[in-house]
Design a protein around this ligand. Structure first.
Ligand code: SAM
Length: 286
């Protein structure tokens, strides 16, 4: 039974193993059953699904995943947590604990191993120091994932969900929304964790597009253009692209492409939708 969401049970486990929190691993364990319920509701794990968890900690969320999924693969870097996980998850026979750095694990092979599962869903209370690399590598590796439901720093969740023209909108919003629909499903205060983080947190659900809604001639070029447009936020799109070291276009070519895209010459990058960036990138690629 899932028991660790209750603070007293977490404290007992930590005491039993004399566990010392490692700040370098972004360890803030969940101690709130309402938040765990919200994560599980958003993740919508079915009995035929494979759940992949990044950083199971002492197994709090993992217990819920084991009770709902067909199989669970949980990737944990901290040596000290492995014996604890073997204890707290001993009653489940559908869990595999992978003792490794998530950024070094070949997620494609993990998924292949559980080929009989219907959908693959990533669920985690992420270590905040590597939120973006984890999410982007899951998307960019093009492994067959259905959705990602994760606890992240509130500010990062807001950037992932932001729309054009808002203060939070930037390269991260576009990168995430290129691959998925992003929706914040809960805001979570520091007192739901042990120890308490210094920042607010939020649970975000990223539902991967089933087919990419955009026809992009050159993805790498698209993302170079996006990054260049936000590198100098107060500059116009035209100047941002002109000053980018890794874009080979002349001032005239850039101006011509902006006009052809139907955009105002003085527009700033932060006003462009993803669709408009795609149009511009496709024109420049020609
Ligand atoms: N899931 C647990 C919970 O909600 O209570 C713990 C979440 S805690 C925010 C982040 C977890 O990720 C920790 O267990 C930490 O040791 C683990 N972690 C940190 N860096 C990691 C990495 N590179 N690869 C795998 N796990 C990592």
């Amino acid at each position: 039974m899932a028991t660790l969401g209750k603070p007293e049970n977490t404290i007992n486990i930590l005491k039993k193993y004399q566990f010392v929190f490692q700040k370098k691993y972004g360890q803030n364990f969940l101690i709130d059953t309402h938040v765990l319920d919200k994560i599980m509701k958003a993740a919508d794990i079915g009995s035929e699904d494979l759940a992949i968890e990044v950083g199971p900690g002492i197994g709090t969320l993992t217990q819920y995943l084991c009770e709902n999924a067909k199989n669970v693969a949980a990737i944990e870097i901290d040596d000290m947590l492995i014996p604890i996980l073997n204890d707290t998850l001993s009653e489940y026979d559908n869990i595999e604990i992978i003792h490794d750095d998530v950024l070094k694990v070949d997620i494609g092979s993990v998924i292949e191993k559980y080929g009989s599962c219907r959908k693959v869903k990533v669920v985690a209370n992420l270590p905040y120091y590597i939120t973006t690399p984890i999410i982007m590598s899951l998307f960019e590796s093009k492994v067959p994932i259905d959705s990602i439901t994760v606890m992240v720093q509130k500010e990062v969740a807001e950037r992932m969900q932001a729309k054009p023209g808002t203060k939070d909108y930037g390269a991260l919003s576009l990168a995430v929304q290129y691959y998925a629909d992003a929706k914040i499903v809960a805001n979570v205060p520091p007192n739901c964790f042990m120890p308490r983080p210094n920042v607010g947190s939020a649970v975000i659900h990223l539902k991967k597009h089933e087919t990419n809604p955009y026809e992009v001639k050159d993805e790498k070029l698209l993302f170079k253009i996006i990054r260049a447009s936000f590198n100098q936020r107060r500059k116009t799109l035209q100047n941002g692209l002109k000053n980018a070291q890794d874009l080979p276009y002349s001032k005239d070519e850039i101006l011509q492409a902006i006009r052809e895209s139907g955009l105002d010459e003085g527009i700033r990058g932060e006003k462009l939708s993803l669709e408009q960036f795609v149009t511009l990138a496709n024109i420049l690629k020609q």
